[in-house]
Design a protein around this ligand. Structure first.
Ligand code: GRG
Length: 304
């Protein structure tokens, strides 16, 4: 079956993204109210409500919609995924990890609240993510909620984000990072959480196992695509900033796809991943698949 995308375009999709991101922001605001102890809740809210594209939660809602589920069924999962994403950014920015002072154009959590509070804010968000998913999911049977919790847990742990981060840390400064290691890092640091978002949305939306496994394949492609595009943007943005021509600037310490395979081949690889992701959607009703179709393109063509 060919995927026939209905008369939607990027302008309409922009509206979709904005509307869903707004709903997610409201849900997050309610999930983490400002309460005592003030310091920890302020720190959690600072990073959770301080911007971000909200790609993961919107993917989760779109995937729920794809299988005919109600948006309310997946909102707790969408929020939980963004909480995990936020905590991973807070911890990633710490002096003992990437030691970054700026995130989303603002001072990082530990710069504002201190290192101890930033560690605790991350821990609290991680814990809250699972509590929230378990207790605030509406209208879904316990079996599916447990499945969604398990998806999120495996995306986060030593075979997920943490696994990707440790391999990344161990690779620092090494010159012999090959494509296999780079792909391991990207799949675990980035793609696993996107996969949990998409698969969780389909599970909570009532998808059958065939549907869930098809969206998993879609998610694996866009997860890797997300990071390949990040690597490409890294190169093209830094060459713009330095006034160099693209391709001459693959000299930074960081191992990236453009560095290992060249910029043109990296762009081609991104195109292949996008095509594969879209292919997986052909199985579904075209109207319901349209948001995920556009989300894949949004990830491929984003500029930040
Ligand atoms: C998860 C328990 C646990 C610990 C954290 C620090 C760490 C372990 C993992 C690092 C994960 C990490 C920072 C991956 C990078 C992911 C990534 C591509 C971030 C950028 O995502 P965007 O572009 O950011 O969606 P916005 O700002 O739009 O939300």
């Amino acid at each position: 079956q060919q995927l026939l995308i209905p008369e939607t375009n990027f302008v309409q999709f922009d509206g979709y993204m904005t509307e869903k991101a707004k709903l997610v922001n409201t849900a997050l605001e309610e999930a983490v109210p400002l309460q005592e102890p003030l310091k920890i809740h302020e720190a959690m809210r600072y990073s959770l409500l301080g911007g971000g594209k909200r790609v993961r939660p919107v993917l989760c809602l779109a995937s729920c919609e794809l299988v005919g589920g109600l948006e309310s069924s997946a909102m707790a999962m969408a929020s939980a995924v963004e909480m995990v994403h936020t905590m991973s950014l807070i911890h990633d920015d710490l002096p003992c990890m990437d030691n970054d002072d700026l995130r989303r154009g603002k001072p990082t959590n530990h710069i504002v609240y201190g290192e101890e509070t930033a560690v605790l804010a991350g821990d609290a968000l991680l814990s809250l993510a699972f509590e929230h998913l378990a207790t605030r999911t509406i209208g879904v049977g316990p079996g599916r909620v447990v499945q969604a919790i398990s998806e999120l847990g495996s995306a986060v742990g030593s075979l997920g984000l943490v696994g990707g981060q440790i391999v990344d840390l161990c690779s620092e400064g090494k010159q012999d990072i090959d494509l296999t290691i780079l792909e391991y890092i990207h799949i675990h640091k980035t793609a696993k959480l996107l996969e949990a978002a998409v698969v969780g949305g389909a599970i909570l939306g009532g998808g059958n196992s065939n549907e869930v496994e098809r969206v998993r394949k879609y998610a694996r492609c866009i997860g890797l695509l997300f990071q390949v595009v990040d690597d490409i943007l890294d190169v093209t943005k830094s060459s713009e900033e330095l006034g160099k021509t693209a391709g001459k600037d693959l000299v930074s310490d960081k191992t990236t796809y453009p560095k290992l395979m060249g910029l043109e081949r990296a762009k081609q690889f991104a195109g292949e991943l996008l095509a594969k992701a879209v292919d997986e959607l052909a199985y579904f009703d075209a109207g319901r698949a349209a948001p995920l179709y556009h989300l894949a393109h949004y990830i491929a063509y984003r500029q930040n």
